[in-house]
Each structure stands twice: as C-alpha cells, then as structure tokens.
Design a protein around this ligand. Structure first.
Ligand code: AMP
Ligand code: GLY
Length: 421
C-alpha cells in the first residue's frame, strides 16, 4: 500500500521511520517532511495545512492511507476533506479535534461528563478576568490561552499578580493572536505528570505505554513551557492509579465524545496530573505527542500500520494488543539558543555522522533543513536523540553520549530527562 505522512517535525520523522519498516508499505511520502524523513520517505513539497493540495496529491498518487501528525491540519478539518474525496485519512475529524483546538471546550466536556480535572474559570474580557483575580485568595494559578499555541500558551503562576500579566498578554496584547482571545484560569494541581496516549476508533481503546514529558525549558522544571524538551517511557504507575486513569478518564472521554456527536478516531492524548486525590486531566491533544512519539515508536515492536488502518476503518477490536520492548526509552531534544523565545536559524549542525544509529538509538530530525551539502537548523526544537536501555540510567547514558557528539551554535538541552523531579 501507499502511505502519506503529513507534518515536518520529530514526531513525523519517527512515524516515517516506523512505517517504513512495515512489510505492508510499498511507497511512503511525507508532506512537507524534513531531511530526516527524506532518508526513509519521499518528501513532497506541500504544506501540512494545504488541505486541497494534499487531497489532490493523495488522489493522484493512489495513497491508501494518510496519517496526520500535527494538530493544525486536524483542527482545520483535513479528515473531513479527505472523507469528501473518499480517501482514508487517520485522525479525528474537525468536530472531534476540538478537544485540543479549544481548551474551553475540553474543560466544559469534562464538567458535563464528570471527568476529573482542576476547577477552572473562563474569560474573554480582561476587565472581568482582572476582577476575578483581584477577588480571589492569592496563590498559585494556571493561565491558558484557549486556542492552539504550540505548547507555549500555558503559564503556571505563583501569584495573582503574575496571572494578571499572563492574562493581559493574551486578552489585551494578543500575544497568541486569536488563540488567546479566550483565557482559561485553572486551579493549580500538584503531583506527578504523565502523558497517556490511547489509540481509539470510538469503540475500542488501545492505550500506548505511559510516558513522561518535560515541558519546562530548563533543568528542574524551571523556566517557561515549551512543546516538550524530552520524554521517558515507560513510567511506573501504581495499579490503582492505572485503573483509575482508564475508568475515570479514558473510557469516559471516548464515551463523552460519542454522546456529544463527535466520535473520536485517532490518537487521544491525555496530559494528566497524578494527584493525591487521583488522576486529573490537564489537557487533551487530538494526536500523538511530540516528542512522546519518538521514544514510544522506538519501543513499539508490533507493526504500526495495521493499527492505523484498523483505527481509521473503525475495526480496532479485531487486533491483538501491541507488543512493546520492555526496555526504557529516553528522548532528549536539542534546541536552538533562545527557544522557546526568539532564536536564530540556518546554523550548521555538526557531528551527526559521529553518531552510530541502530534499532535502539535514533536521532530524529525536527527543525532541520538541508542547503547544498550542509545540514542547518530550521526551528526551535532541532533534533530528538532517542535511545533504549535496560533501565533509565542506561537509556539516559546512551542518549546523552550520542547528544554530546552533536553540536550547533547556541544548542541547549535539558540534562535531567528521566531523572525523577
Ligand atoms: P498543558 O499544555 O495544558 O498540558 O499545560 C502545560 C504544562 O503546564 C503541563 O504539562 C503542566 O506542567 C502545567 N500545567 C497545566 N495545567 C496545570 C494545572 N492545572 N496545575 C498545575 N500545572 C499545570
Ligand atoms: N509533548 C507534548 C505535546 O505534544 O503536546
């Protein structure tokens, strides 16, 4: 069969790397892709949000399955467009993707269906938002731009004064454009964080292994939030907590989306805080995480393609549970100097040829580009070095040893991925 992957980040490189290994796949394309995907797929010069161009390409090239990585095209309705052209596209349709596209919708969904999350308050008017902050007892609170903001729209604030600055940034200064036209304030929750991604066709659920992202830019969870600086998987969960996550969050969410006439097909990502009172939903994503995908797919031993096909065709119940490599995977993201703020691009990357990749060690490209013979930086998150090891320390040692062979001006990364906070 012929497969098209949509996107250009580290997640899409990992998807292409994994899909390429499937004996079911004859031709593999990636639109627009990056120099990493070019090594395993044919890159196609179409932007991820060029829905009409993509469906035309899929029709012309007889693509049997299109797999969408990022939230942007899903929220724009790429699955709906492909459906209108009778082409199979993996992922939620526009109505279901709103679970990520609007944090306000996601919170209201949880409230309507009693899915546990933090208390929250939604505002689109800065006068009312300020009044709310003035009248509450001072203390930590989380401020979120409701719309899509590439993981950067969340500010964890220690005081109401900090929250006011973050809210004004959204509502008055338009820092996130229309994504910040509505602001959600959330009760600050304490506990361990875990990302649980579930494959679902709306009827059957297949949870992937739990993973832990590290969102803050600096060691010790300091500094502003990013799209994700690194991941460790699996994460040991107490059996009681694992059961609660499934029965109180994953099943009810899939069921709630069905009841609301927005059946969800695809990867449903629940960002969770494991509190003393049980698991709480911090956010939903309508797709695989980046960089969660990189270490998860390094550990997935089963062929991914049958799962993608069965989900898109609504027959996930017909498949056995996937098989995972029992080893630990650690993924560390190398970023451009200044990220998640402003950063320079076009800087030469050295040393990739000094890293010996194998089935258990991969360097996934995210923000890279090729110019002539040179590999250059082209984004905030540049490379995701991902390694397996018999335990966390072994996986960390391999990933960091590989990372130390790579350099570009301004490169920075967290040194504590996988270390318990
Ligand atoms: P989100 O993109 O909504 O997952 O938020 C990004 C990060 O902000 C999360 O991974 C948490 O570290 C933190 N965060 C978000 N919401 C809360 C909350 N209600 N309480 C505490 N921390 C939060
Ligand atoms: N790594 C978090 C995300 O993909 O949203």
């Amino acid at each position: 069969m012929n497969v098209l992957v949509v996107g250009s980040g580290g997640r899409e490189h990992a998807l292409c790397w994994k899909i390429r290994r499937s004996p079911l796949v004859r031709r593999l394309f990636c639109a627009p892709g990056n120099p990493g995907t070019a090594a395993v797929a044919d890159n196609v010069d179409l932007a991820a949000d060029d829905l009409q161009g993509l469906v035309r390409f899929a029709t012309d090239e007889k693509i049997d399955l299109t797999v969408v990585g990022p939230e942007g095209p899903l929220c724009l309705g790429i699955v709906d467009v492909f459906r209108q052209h009778q082409r199979l596209c993996f992922g939620p349709d526009k109505a279901a993707a709103e679970i990520e596209g609007s944090k306000a919708f996601a919170r209201e969904l949880c409230r309507r269906h009693r899915i546990p999350g933090p208390n929250y308050w939604t505002f689109d008017d800065h006068v009312q938002a300020r009044a709310f902050l003035d009248n509450r007892e001072d203390g930590p609170i989380v401020v979120k731009a409701s719309g899509l903001a590439a993981g950067k729209g969340v500010t964890v604030c220690r005081t109401s004064a900090e929250a006011k600055v973050a809210a004004i940034d959204c509502l008055e200064k338009n820092r996130f454009g229309s994504a910040g036209a509505t602001v959600v304030f959330e009760e600050f929750l304490e506990g361990q964080e875990v990302s649980l991604i579930t494959l679902t066709d709306g009827q059957t659920i297949v949870p992937l292994e739990p993973a832990r992202d590290h969102k803050a830019v600096a060691d010790g969870d300091k500094g502003p939030n990013t799209g994700g600086m690194g991941v460790v998987t699996p994460v040991a969960l107490m059996p009681r907590m694992a059961a609660q996550i499934e029965s109180q969050i994953v099943f009810p969410t899939v069921h709630a989306m069905n009841r609301e006439g927005r059946p969800f097909r695809g990867f449903l990502y629940a960002g969770l805080m494991l509190t003393a009172q049980g698991p709480r939903v911090l956010e939903y994503n309508c797709r695989l995480g980046d960089p969660e995908t990189q270490p998860l797919l390094l550990r997935l031993q089963s062929d991914l393609v049958p799962y993608l096909l069965a989900t898109a065709e609504g027959r996930l119940a017909s498949l056995e549970a996937p098989v995972w490599d029992p080893r630990v995977a650690v993924c560390v993201v190398a970023c451009s100097g200044g990220y998640p703020g402003d950063y320079r691009q076009g800087l030469p990357i050295f040393g990739l040829d000094r890293v010996e990749t194998a089935d258990d060690l991969q360097v996934f490209h995210a923000g890279t580009t090729r110019k002539g013979g040179d590999l250059l930086t082209a984004g905030g998150r540049v490379l995701a070095v991902t390694a397996l090891g018999t335990d966390v320390e072994a996986a960390r040692a391999r990933a960091y040893a590989a990372l130390q062979r790579i350099e570009f001006a301004g490169m920075h990364y967290r040194t504590d991925i996988g270390r318990r906070p």
